[in-house]
Design a binder for this molecule. Structure first.
Ligand SMILES: Cc1cc2nc3c(=O)[nH]c(=O)nc-3n(C[C@H](O)[C@H](O)[C@H](O)COP(=O)(O)OP(=O)(O)OC[C@H]3O[C@@H](n4cnc5c(N)ncnc54)[C@H](O)[C@@H]3O)c2cc1C
Length: 408
């Protein structure tokens, strides 16, 4: 069935955390904004804790404050952490970060991904400029003089000035725009679940580097922690075949000295870990943001945070173009976005790849070098603090919406 052509300023394909944040940014500018997702938008369940959580940094939190959604997000389940401890398993070399020494109330907050989507969707329901197209996939794009025309699999056709691909790892927008990606397979899976500790997690994010990959415990409400265990695929297979008691015992062996034994765990889920980076973030009247543009290892908890920065940067360059009465999708406008974000994101992606190589080597020389390095950095605030400030989102080339003006 061919439905009537509907016109928008901006159409965003992908209603995950990044796409819906972008929709909120554009609709608030008064641009007619469409959000398309092949599934229904994620809903937060007050009774069940989702295993998919993200550590949000200060820049992302500032962004949500600027969009007036932070209160709604933080009224759901949220856990702020004040400390972070990282160590190499089997050695006493560790590095720790704390909010107090950076003059902040916390380093970041752990939130369920669906809580973010749900809170923003609630806000957008009241925005006259916004329209959602749920349960319908983008099939095709035709470039015309009036901008891209999108064909959806429910028969709808949408015409927009600017198309944004926020459609994740297997982005259809990226594919239809013929944008290649640089690909790197970590050869690891991430096992994620919620676990219970015998003792308090002390509002601390814990991360141990094992020869098979990093294991992190992120503090949640009520003494629970979110587990992200990244390990070689063979090892992941073995772990996934353990029963709950065996799994807890194996995990406790890593964390028994700090923060303590694990007494229970939910059934785990797992995801393959791959890095990719789009060779271009833009093409004709089109821009990519979030996982559609880049995917990195979850060890530093930065993937979604840099995606939120993409959304905020793109909306900032578009708003500035609109203020000067320029076409919002002209190449020079989109190039500003690409230059800004590609440089920042490359730094993160290359650093994560470097970490994997640094900690993946079991040669005695590499081990001694990295343990010495960890000890030196830990005792040198001038070296340690800039890294922490960057990961926390209080340094770097931040979009205006993400700056500290909203940090009350
Ligand atoms: C184990 C793990 C832990 C992580 N922890 C953290 C963390 O602590 N902090 C952090 O910052 N990041 C973290 N990340 C990364 C973070 O989860 C991702 O970067 C983020 O979810 C990407 O969001 P997105 O909206 O770009 O993509 P997605 O969440 O993949 O959303 C894409 C959306 O597009 C839709 N879609 C796809 N194709 C189509 C189509 N053809 N038509 C219509 N809709 C379509 C999909 O249905 C989906 O809703 C972690 C990742 C993993 C794997």
């Amino acid at each position: 069935m061919n439905k009537q052509l509907q016109k928008f300023d901006v159409a965003i394909c992908g209603g995950g955390m990044i796409g819906i944040t972008a929709a909120c940014l554009f609709a608030r500018q008064g641009l007619r904004t469409a959000l398309i997702d092949q599934n229904a938008l994620a809903q937060w369940n007050p009774k069940t804790v989702s295993a998919r959580v993200s550590a949000l940094n200060i820049a992302s939190i500032n962004l949500f404050k600027s969009l007036d959604v932070w209160e709604s997000i933080s009224n759901k389940r949220i856990s702020c952490y004040t400390d972070m401890v990282v160590w190499e398993d089997g050695s006493n070399a560790s590095i720790s970060f704390d909010a107090a020494s950076l003059s902040r109330p916390y380093l970041g907050c752990i939130i369920e991904n669906c809580a973010i989507v749900d809170s923003i969707a609630e806000k957008l329901n009241h925005n006259y400029h916004f329209q959602k197209f749920e349960d319908t996939a983008l099939l095709n794009i035709e470039h015309t003089d009036t901008g891209p025309i999108l064909q959806l699999d429910n028969g709808s056709t949408l015409n927009c000035k600017l198309l944004i691909g926020a459609d994740g790892a297997r982005s259809r927008v990226r594919e239809l725009s013929n944008i290649d990606t640089e690909f790197f397979d970590y050869g690891q899976d991430a096992i994620v679940t919620t676990v219970t500790l015998a003792q308090s997690h002390r509002a601390t994010a814990w991360q141990a580097f094992l020869p098979t990959g990093p294991v992190a415990l992120l503090p949640l409400e009520n003494g629970h922690c979110s587990l992200i265990w990244s390990c070689d695929r063979k090892h992941a297979e073995t772990l996934l075949n353990l029963n709950e008691k065996e799994f807890c015992t194996t995990l406790s062996a890593i964390f028994e000295s700090q923060p303590g034994c694990i007494t229970a765990c939910q059934p785990p889920a797992h995801f393959p870990l791959r890095q990719h980076h789009a060779e271009h973030y833009i093409s004709t009247n089109t821009a990519l943001i979030g996982d559609a543009a880049h995917i990195t290892h979850p060890l530093a908890g930065l993937g979604a945070n840099i995606g939120f920065m993409d959304a905020a940067s793109l909306s900032q360059v578009v708003e500035s173009a609109a203020d000067r009465h320029l076409n919002i999708s002209r190449r020079s406008v989109l190039r500003r976005y690409e230059r800004w974000r590609k440089g920042e994101n490359s730094l993160v992606l290359n650093t994560m790849k470097g970490f994997k190589e640094l900690f993946g080597s079991s040669s005695p020389t590499s081990k001694t070098a990295r343990q010495t390095g960890i000890r030196i950095v830990n005792h040198m605030p001038p070296l340690k603090n800039p890294v922490a400030r960057y990961a926390m989102g209080i340094a770097g080339d931040l979009p205006e919406n993400c700056k500290a003006i909203y940090s009350n």
